[in-house]
Design a protein around this ligand. Structure first.
Ligand code: NAD
Length: 350
């Protein structure tokens, strides 16, 4: 079932996943293993073809290398991307087949939840391999759905970034949240508790309308959310929200959200700088989930997760501060720190 594809874009390594019986169809991309096994979640989504899934897996795996390095975790970067079958399928069997593929990699890749996957899916994976996290919580041990930790890290990042770049508290601000799924909804609840005004959008009407009613948030169409009158834009859907076009029409002066790979192209970071829009780099902000996943995998407790997630806000602050002093985008500052960390591990290993 697992066949290795040629190494491409060195050092990316990819593994094709195909099991027609269960409907498993996708790829595991492993971007780096200098700091430890490649760790990153499993995305289950509608992709038009394998190439689209493959491209997404490679981009996401690279992002995981940077995220894990910056969070100080002993893991490299990897990601699994599975295409959702178009007809009916046995979901448990599909995730068991995925678990067998992860098992074959023998610890080179550690998986967990991402968009479209749940604790129940990871439980199926765990019947086949121990290289999985994001399972049920046991006592004081780290574990469970990583989304609340991700949302907490985003919230703390936004609070720090708003003070630093807008000179304001969240209670004085309007936040536009794109995507009210696991992370987005949890973030919205924390923002509402902090007194922020909310504007939300989601392609799924059930998700946006129920949350909008409970939190007294303004609900808008997905096409509108990036250009609404708001102080902060929080991308919490899929990647690529920040394009030359969306940035040109953006009213918000700070972008801080959970989505992976928010910049459609790296240059968009400079366009934001030119327009005076501060950017809290996605993989610094959204590291809470992988912090929980890695602690679970390493058998650590919840207190250690909380302590590491507490460091996300201050880290975002340091990066934004350095970026401001150097007059460049925080995206580049974060990339440099991550690259230095990985290069140092490389030198140590040599
Ligand atoms: P999720 O699947 O629970 O939520 C995503 C939501 O976005 C869904 O409600 C979906 O309907 C909505 N959506 C999709 N396209 C949209 C669009 N164009 N406009 C508006 N809404 C849209 O996923 P999640 O776990 O909440 O993750 C959200 C993002 O955060 C993803 O990019 C994910 O990679 C990233 N992330 C998640 C975690 C985590 O712990 N779950 C950790 C790090 C990063």
């Amino acid at each position: 079932m697992v066949s290795r594809l040629a190494r491409q874009n060195p050092p990316m390594q990819s593994v094709r996943l195909l099991d027609p019986e269960s409907g498993l169809d996708g790829v595991i991309a492993i971007h780096s293993t200098e700091l430890g096994p490649g760790a990153g979640g499993c995305r289950f989504w509608d992709y038009p073809d394998l190439e689209a899934a493959f491209d997404d897996a490679c981009r996401l795996a690279e992002g995981m290398s940077y995220k894990n390095a910056l969070a100080g975790l002993p893991f490299g970067g990897a990601k699994a991307v599975l295409r959702r079958p178009s007809g009916t399928f046995d979901r448990a069997a599909l995730f068991r087949a995925f678990g067998r593929a992860v098992a074959e990699l023998d610890g080179l890749y550690v998986t967990a939840e991402d968009v479209g996957t749940s604790v129940a899916d990871m439980r199926e994976v765990s019947t086949m391999t121990r290289h999985v996290a994001g399972l049920e919580i046991m006592g004081d041990q780290a574990g469970g759905d990583p989304s609340p930790w991700t949302a907490l890290g985003v919230f703390e990042s936004m609070r720090t970034a708003a003070r630093l770049t807008l000179g304001a508290e969240l209670s004085d601000l309007t936040v536009a949240v794109q995507g009210t799924g696991n992370v987005g909804a949890s973030l919205c609840r924390q923002l509402a508790d902090a007194g922020a005004r909310l504007i939300i959008a989601d392609i799924d009407p059930r998700r946006r309308n129920a949350l909008g009613a409970v939190l007294n948030a303004t609900v808008v169409d997905v096409e509108e959310i990036m250009a609404v009158e708001a102080d902060v834009f929080a991308p919490c859907a899929l990647g690529g929200a920040l394009t030359a076009q969306s940035v040109a029409g953006m009213k918000a002066r700070l972008v801080c959200g959970a989505a992976n790979n928010q910049l459609a192209r790296p240059e968009v970071a400079d366009l934001m700088l030119e327009r005076g829009i501060a950017y809290a780099p996605d993989y610094v902000v959204n590291a809470g989930g992988i912090i929980s996943v890695s602690a679970e995998y390493l058998g650590e407790d919840r207190a250690s997760v909380a302590a590491r997630v507490d460091q996300i806000g201050p880290r975002v602050g340091e990066i934004l501060d350095l970026a401001r002093r150097e007059g460049r985008s925080a995206a580049w500052v974060a990339d440099e720190i991550a690259e230095r960390t990985i290069a140092a591990a490389n030198r140590q290993a040599a």
